[in-house]
Write a protein that binds this ligand. Structure first.
Ligand SMILES: Nc1ncnc2c1ncn2[C@@H]1O[C@H](COP(=O)(O)OP(=O)(O)OP(=O)(O)O)[C@@H](O)[C@H]1O
Ligand SMILES: [Mg+2]
Length: 567
């Protein structure tokens, strides 16, 4: 089992735990027998000496069992917390290493559910359920031995009834399994929808969809209630029919036992002990059903966790990666073919070269693959065919951390994290000094407006930066990219919310601040295009149609009127 490595380091604690559990089982089994001895020899034989001895033994056993139980609970708790921590950490680490594609293939709610209740189930399976199964088997074996020894025909009779108990449990478990699965899926869907609705409050208000969202929530909730009712109905039915079977069993056993005492086959003490043992046996046998239930449910959870664990890391690091310690910065795309879905290429053979100190503009109508080119350069995805080289090394061979370190990206969505303006600028370079931060902000023309905020760089930006204007966020995103001191700077429509003069000023600042950097700008602004060293225009066939230095922007606009709209 792949989770074994998580419990293996704690084998000594496990051993202690099992030891305690075995002792508890044996203690539990001693009581009925002591009772039998008291009745048959002390009470009926009226022997005070034997009575004293047995009571003393009983008290000793009981006192001994208290520290054992204490140790057992402590160990159980320790193991559970530790294993839970390690499993969670491992899972989250894996989740982070998975590709963007995997992250986007499921809703945030689903990922959260896997990280929460599902992992809880897996940990429960490893730490609770598995030991329970082993201990239950041990207990049943012992009980069977004792019962056979005391009265084998009766034990056989009880065993003959077990299949009925099993069928009973199986019948209900199968039905509960499906309902529980639906319930889990529904809960996930609800939390996913809620999360989305809360994150998109503005959109919902602007389009007057509050009522729609509320109704959807109600509908989902009602669906969940329906499932809960179905669940409760089946559970109740299971309990009550179980009680009926139980009553028949208890009645039957009590009658046979009483009959045997009257006929003189059993002593009163044996009757008492046997009654206790048989009921323990029955409850243990029934325990199999309950355990089976919980094992099945936890296996569902495990299935889903394993699905995530098995998801392939799409963008893999080379086993012997090339380090890029002193990058010069030369980027080449060679016949790059790529698409997000099989059979539907977005880029069909893209070629270009950029050298240190050059500025290249990517242009072309929406959806032609400009962002895709930047995604490929950062290795968020790997091309289907062709290769991307930096300083002559295929980026698939470069250490991922080095690659990401030399590229600084600011995109038009200018994502912000919770925290202050300063935290957001420092995101990619937490050790930067205040001076470096303000320097980067100056280049991005952000310093002045930040100083006018109530707390300057210590102003909270709010969730997803909603306390800043679009253009302010964009400038902070540029400062953040610059603070990494990247060799390759990618601005994916990162200036789109700014007025042309400011956009131009920032572009000039950037070129001036580090003249030997490669700057890749996705834009439609003629002023920027005219100053670039190269302009690539992507067309709908996924190819680069125009590739020339100092492109004549006016002519480009005349020929591709679609672009002018963005200008
Ligand atoms: N994660 C994704 N999964 C599937 N398809 C995608 C994904 N991202 C982009 N695409 C598709 O790939 C194509 C190129 O997208 P891309 O974002 O590169 O366009 P773009 O040129 O940057 O457009 P824009 O100017 O609107 O930003 C589009 O047709 C888009 O639908
Ligand atoms: Mg884009």
């Amino acid at each position: 089992m792949r989770f074994a490595r998580y419990i293996y380091p704690y084998w000594d604690k496990q051993l202690i735990l099992y030891f305690c559990m075995v002792f508890s089982v044996i203690f539990g089994l001693m009581h009925p027998y002591l009772t039998r001895l008291i009745i048959d020899y002390a009470f009926i034989g009226q022997d005070l000496h034997i009575f004293n001895m047995i009571v003393l033994a009983g008290v000793a056993v009981y006192l001994f069992s208290i520290p054992i139980e204490l140790i057992q609970k402590l160990m159980g708790f320790f193991l559970k917390t530790r294993v839970s921590y390690v499993v969670r950490a491992g899972f989250y680490r894996h989740l982070q290493s998975l590709s963007l594609r995997f992250a986007q293939s499921r809703s945030t709610g689903e990922h959260l559910y896997r990280l929460g209740p599902d992992l809880e189930g897996v940990v429960g399976l490893i730490v609770d359920t598995l030991p329970s199964v082993i201990i239950l088997a041990f207990r049943i074996a012992l009980l069977l031995g004792i019962c056979f020894w005391l009265s084998w025909p009766l034990t056989l009779a009880v065993l003959a009834i077990t299949p009925v108990l099993y069928l009973h449990t199986h019948f209900f478990t199968k039905r509960l399994y499906h309902i529980k699965k639906d319930k889990t899926e529904k809960s996930q869907e609800i939390s996913g929808n809620l999360q989305e609705a809360l994150a998109q409050t503005k959109l919902i208000k602007l389009f007057g969809k509050e009522r729609h969202e509320y109704n959807r929530y109600l509908r989902d909730s009602i669906d969940l209630i329906r499932l809960n009712i179905a669940n409760a109905r089946i559970s109740l039915l299971q309990n009550e029919s179980g009680r009926f079977i139980n009553a028949v069993l208890v009645g039957g056993i009590a009658y046979i036992l009483g009959y045997q005492v009257i006929k003189g086959y059993l002593t009163i003490g044996e009757l008492t002990a046997l009654t206790m043992y048989l009921f323990q046996l029955l409850s243990a046998l029934r325990g199999i059903g309950g355990l089976y239930n919980s094992v099945v449910l936890k296996f569902i959870a495990m299935d889903r966790v394993v699905q995530t664990l098995d998801a392939e890391v799409e963008v893999k690091e080379d086993p012997k990666p090339v380090r890029l310690r002193y990058p010069i910065g030369k980027v080449s795309f060679k016949d790059v073919i790529f698409g997000y879905k099989e059979g539907n290429p977005v880029l069909r053979g893209v070629n270009f070269d950029v050298r240190a100190g050059e500025t290249i503009v990517l242009s072309g109508v929406s959806g032609t693959g400009k962002t895709t080119i930047t995604n490929l350069l950062c290795r968020l995805y790997d091309p289907w065919e062709g290769s991307i080289l930096i300083d002559g090394h295929d980026i698939r061979k470069i250490k991922l951390r080095d690659l990401r370190k030399i590229i600084g990206v600011a995109s038009n969505d200018s994502a912000m994290m919770m925290g202050t303006v300063g935290d957001n600028i420092r995101f990619g370079n937490p050790d930067a000094t205040a001076q470096e931060v303000s320097e980067a902000a100056r280049i991005a023309e952000a310093h002045d407006f930040v100083m006018n905020l109530e707390n300057g760089y210590d102003t909270e930006v709010g969730e997803i930066g909603n306390r800043l204007s679009q253009g302010q966020r964009q400038r902070i995103a540029i400062a953040r990219a610059l603070l990494r001191k990247p060799v390759i700077l990618v601005l994916d429509e990162a200036l789109s919310s700014l007025n042309p003069e400011m956009e131009q000023r920032i572009a000039d600042n950037i070129v001036k601040s580090t003249p030997d950097r490669i700057t890749i700008i996705v834009t439609h602004r003629p002023s920027i295009i005219s100053k670039a060293d190269h302009t690539l225009v992507l067309n709908n066939n996924g190819r680069v149609t125009e590739q020339r230095a100092h492109y004549d922007a006016e002519r480009l606009l005349q020929r591709q009127p679609g672009i002018a709209a963005f200008g």
